[in-house]
Design a protein around this ligand. Structure first.
Ligand code: S3P
Length: 170
């Protein structure tokens, strides 16, 4: 069984994914971390050297490399579901969970963590919020294809586990 956590940057995919994997006794994979380990570069370095197109190809390659693994929780990058057929691929390979967080809350969280997220550039305050609102609206149709949508704001691994069991997604 594989569980893919999807959602915007700052929605808490990595923190929650790691805890969920621990509870389930599954392996945890963070796609960004795997891309960095695979190339020996940081996310901003990968964006700078490959451009966004190259970054998305590498991201898909690393996503596909999870195919051979079993009992895995995968935290994807915020853009992963929105390129190629990645969302359909994940829905075929396992169960997908969308961690939904409203744009205003994302803006507060992302204000603190912009440097490792090249898409956000130097935006702050109202600019940052407007960018997030726009990008989130663009991406929502992809995210909505998930098997399950939960609020990312107050989500815990225990709660998510209960939801997954109730929906018979695990
Ligand atoms: C991106 C999200 C990032 C990372 C890259 C691009 C995006 O991952 O993959 O900076 O397009 O939303 P997180 O969602 O883990 O921040």
């Amino acid at each position: 069984m594989k569980i893919f956590l999807i959602g915007f940057m700052g929605s808490g995919k990595t923190t929650l994914g790691r805890k969920l994997a621990q509870k389930l006794g599954y392996t945890f994979a963070d796609l960004d971390e795997r891309m960095c380990a695979y190339t020996g570069k940081t996310i901003p370095e990968l964006f700078a050297s490959l451009g966004e197109d190259g970054f998305r190809k590498l991201e898909q390659e690393v996503l596909h490399s999870t195919q051979k693994e079993e009992n895995l929780v995968v935290s994807t990058g915020g853009g992963t579901p929105c390129f190629f057929d990645n969302m359909d691929w994940m829905n075929k390979e396992g169960k997908t969970v969308y961690l939904h967080v409203a744009a205003k809350a994302l803006a507060v969280r992302l204000e603190q963590a912009k440097t490792e997220r090249p898409l956000l550039g130097n935006r702050t305050g109202e600019d940052l919020l407007a960018f997030i609102e726009h990008k989130l609206a663009e991406r929502e149709a992809f995210y909505q294809k998930a098997n399950m949508m939960v609020s990312g704001l107050d989500m815990t691994a225990d709660k998510l586990l209960l939801y997954l069991e109730a929906a018979q997604l695990k």
